[in-house]
Design a protein. Structure first.
Length: 275
């Protein structure tokens, strides 16, 4: 994730529509914003819940999610992971033991989720939408009944996401944004339930913003590379650091290491890591 600015005290998790509820993990940071959103999905009247991203190894948070499900006279029957980063998935094995429910992901080696797969749990329907780029294993999940897209770290509630080179790949990320532009432009998804930060009610608008931002950032990196190349023959490592110092000059230094990963992905996309 990236740098999203100061925390929004108004976002404490909560319901979005009739079927989705975010239980906010108390793990705030410059990279996780207010914390990780663990999404509990439940068809009205059903006793079978789906949980998306149980989060880090935080026992109190896991207990809070279980309590939320129990208060609705339901039980967890399936867990889904948007990707494998620790703030989303570290507790997956512990969570599986607590709930007895299978944990499904992309590339887990067993019962992997597939592109376009339709999941039906207790009458709740979800569609699997691969969105690699932030990581190679990133997925989003469409909840058609609510026209809500659960995006993990592919699109955040605030700020931009890190394309975490080398696992993250900018070509894949731009392709994923194009896929989301198609979904949101057609009205198939009208809002976004992100992995961090508040719900985004204007899915089409924020995806378009992300698409423009990525291309504008690429232009900035091209210009920064040209300036550095004109100055001397800095190697790839020095080049990335110097581009970060130029392009992310107004960003807090605490997130420069993450920004450097995105810069490396951009340099790779531009063919500037082959020197």
């Amino acid at each position: 994730m990236r740098p999203g600015g100061a925390a929004d005290p108004s976002w404490q998790g909560g319901a979005w529509g009739e079927r989705a509820h975010a239980v906010l993990c108390p793990n705030p940071s410059p990279m996780t914003l207010e914390g990780t959103n663990t999404w509990v999905l439940l068809e009205p009247g059903s006793a079978e819940a789906v949980v998306v991203d149980p989060g880090p190894m935080h026992e109190a948070h896991l207990a809070a999610v279980l309590d939320h499900v129990a208060q609705r006279d339901a039980r967890v029957v399936m867990t889904l992971l948007t990707h494998g980063h620790a703030d989303h998935a570290e507790s997956a094995d512990r969570w599986a033991r607590l709930t007895g429910a299978p944990v499904r992901r992309y590339g887990g080696g067993h019962d992997d989720l597939e592109d376009g797969e339709r999941l039906v749990v207790g009458g709740l329907e979800l569609l699997v939408v691969p969105t690699p780029g932030h990581t190679a294993d990133s997925l989003s999940f469409l909840l058609p009944a609510e026209q809500v897209l659960l995006t993990g770290d592919t699109v955040l509630g605030r700020g931009a996401t890190v394309v975490a080179y080398p696992d993250g790949d900018l070509t894949s990320y731009l392709e994923s944004l194009e896929r989301l532009r198609t979904l949101t432009g057609a009205g198939t998804a009208t809002s976004i339930a992100p992995g961090h930060g508040p719900v985004v009610p204007d899915a089409a608008g924020v995806v378009e913003h992300y698409w423009r931002h990525r291309h504008e950032r690429l232009d900035q990196v091209r210009e920064a590379v040209a300036r550095v190349r004109a100055e001397d023959d800095a190697g790839p490592g020095d080049l990335a650091d110097r581009v970060v110092g130029t392009v992310y000059a107004d960003t807090p230094r605490a997130v420069w290491p993450a920004a450097r990963l995105s810069v490396l992905a951009q340099l790779d996309y531009l063919g500037e890591l082959d020197d």
